[in-house]
Design a protein around this ligand. Structure first.
Ligand code: MN
Length: 508
């Protein structure tokens, strides 16, 4: 059963995802040149393909596999799997412009995970138990240190799976800093669901058993980044990957803790988050910094984080450790496309057909900035456009700025969006500022030091930029009507295929 549906769907784990990319030139770069996991690996990828919010120069580029890691014979590291919208489209079977709707539909089609037997536990082909002589997670897995001022090596794409007796299962990506041979610190942004599980366990004096799953079908990672209210407390986000693939994610029992892990993961770290135990994130380096975060800054090291005690590491044979560099286009895809889908679905429910496209822009790391396209057909729709922006802000708490544009603007073309802002806005009537609303702690401008009107870090002013044309003035804003000529006969190298809709007017 599972075998035949896997064949239909194609991508079902990380290796089949990489096989698909190998069929598309320019999407996957492999190197056998040895690389230092401390600062060099991320430093190389920043130039090759990080994009997004990282320090310039950077670019959108291929995913990159490093086959030789200094100090880790036989290990390999993959970075940037989802660091381009085009590549995410290839991996999720959708045109890049339709990923919003594809993800929105997956929420509606959600299929919960299933338990399978040990015979399908690819992730347990190789087992290292913490009790084994010489066990040291620092030597077993080449966790990269992304910049020289980071608190330490991090697992950056560890999908933490936790559960609560009353609330069920939750999966989320959290930053995990390697602290010793069998300890990791785990950072939870405020309100994260697994942190609630941890608090409930701690209140009863219990540890929280978890698995950290790495090297996955990209549908699992991107499905896991949905947030409440789309995926409320108690919702198992693995069901969205099920909806994307039309088949459930398969789970197996961990070997050393009472928890599940993802059967086809490349690497699983098993362990438990200890009660009443805290550790400074930079206790080994005293660097003062954590790691590069999605807004593009190295945030402060946390003085007191919960600690995960590792009980085992299990892997596939010749495992691939998957990572990201922190900020960049990979974060934009992971956080932004689910955000677009949540906003799109909420607007469809509130005002069907009115919001036609949503883009969680790269400049905001996929979280801070949304561009929304609306379809006005009456003067009343001037007000509905602004209402749609409020729906977006109400749907996704971390969203800070919204730009509204009309149907003739390409929301994925920043030049075109900025054009609309130049010619279809007047600052005194088209910028709406909403003071003092919950936002995101990792934006360094969201602090009382920056803005004395804010009561606390992570509270922010929110802004709606209405770059749509007022309905009554629409005749003044018609773009110059170039004829739609098929360029293929004139420039066949640039346009290999005859254009479907262009050219008919020319021939007539
Ligand atoms: Mn959740």
């Amino acid at each position: 059963m599972a075998g035949s549906s896997q064949q239909q769907s194609g991508v079902h784990d990380l290796r089949s995802a990489l096989d698909r990319l190998r069929r598309h030139p320019g999407q996957l770069l492999e190197t056998d040149r040895e690389v230092d996991p401390i600062a060099d690996l991320a430093g190389v990828y920043r130039r090759v393909g990080a994009g997004g919010t990282v320090l310039r120069p950077t670019r959108i580029g291929p995913a990159m596999m490093f086959n030789r890691i200094s100090g880790y014979a036989g290990s390999r590291v993959l970075v940037g799997l989802m660091a381009s919208r085009e590549r995410v489209g290839l991996l999720l079977d959708a045109p890049p412009r339709r990923l919003t709707q594809r993800m929105g539909q997956a929420v509606k089609d959600a299929i919960g995970p299933v338990d399978v037997g040990r015979d399908k536990a690819l992730c347990q082909e190789v087992v290292h138990r913490a009790g084994d002589p010489g066990f040291d997670l620092r030597k077993l897995l080449p966790a990269p240190t992304n910049t020289e001022e980071d608190a330490g090596p991090y697992f950056c794409l560890g999908l933490v799976l936790g559960s609560d007796p009353d609330m069920g299962t939750d999966v989320t990506i959290h930053r995990l800093c390697v602290q010793s041979k069998d300890e990791l610190t785990i950072f939870f942004a405020p309100g994260r669901h697994i942190d609630n599980f941890r608090r409930r366990a701690e209140a009863q004096g219990r540890s929280l058993p978890v698995s950290v799953n790495m090297g996955l079908d990209p549908a699992i990672h991107i499905g896991a980044t949905f947030e409440a209210p789309t995926t409320p407390y108690g919702y198992d986000e693995l069901a969205i990957a099920g909806g994307l693939r039309g088949r459930p994610v398969e789970l197996v029992d961990c070997l050393t803790v009472r928890q599940k892990c993802i059967a086809a993961a490349e690497v699983v770290i098993e362990g438990e988050i200890l009660p009443d135990t805290r550790m400074a994130e930079d206790r080994n380096t005293h660097s003062g910094h954590a790691m590069p975060e999605f807004p593009g800054y190295n945030g402060p090291a946390n003085p007191a984080l919960p600690v995960m005690k590792v009980t085992a590491i299990t892997t596939r044979k010749n495992p691939i450790l998957q990572t990201l560099v922190g900020p960049g286009e990979e974060h934009v895809s992971l956080a932004g496309i689910p955000t677009e889908a949540s906003i799109y679905n909420a607007c469809e429910a509130a005002m069907p057909g009115f919001v036609t496209e949503v883009y969680s822009h790269s400049a905001g790391g996929g979280k801070f900035l949304a561009v929304m396209k609306v379809d006005k057909s009456a003067a009343f729709d001037d007000g509905r456009a602004r209402q749609a922006a409020l729906v977006a802000l109400g749907t996704y708490a971390e969203l800070k700025n919204v730009i509204l544009v009309d149907g003739d603007v390409d929301i994925f073309d920043t030049n075109d969006v900025l054009w609309a802002m130049q010619t279809r806005m007047q600052g005194d009537r088209d910028i709406l500022t909403l003071p003092g609303i919950a936002g995101h702690v990792l934006d360094p401008s969201q602090t009382p030091e920056y803005n004395p009107l804010l009561p606390a870090k992570g509270v922010t002013a929110k802004t709606i930029f209405d770059a749509t044309v007022p309905w009554e003035h629409r005749e003044m804003f018609v773009r110059a009507p170039f004829r739609d000529v098929d360029p293929h006969p004139y420039a066949p190298d640039l346009f290999p295929e005859p254009s479907g809709d262009g050219g008919s007017g020319h021939r007539d």
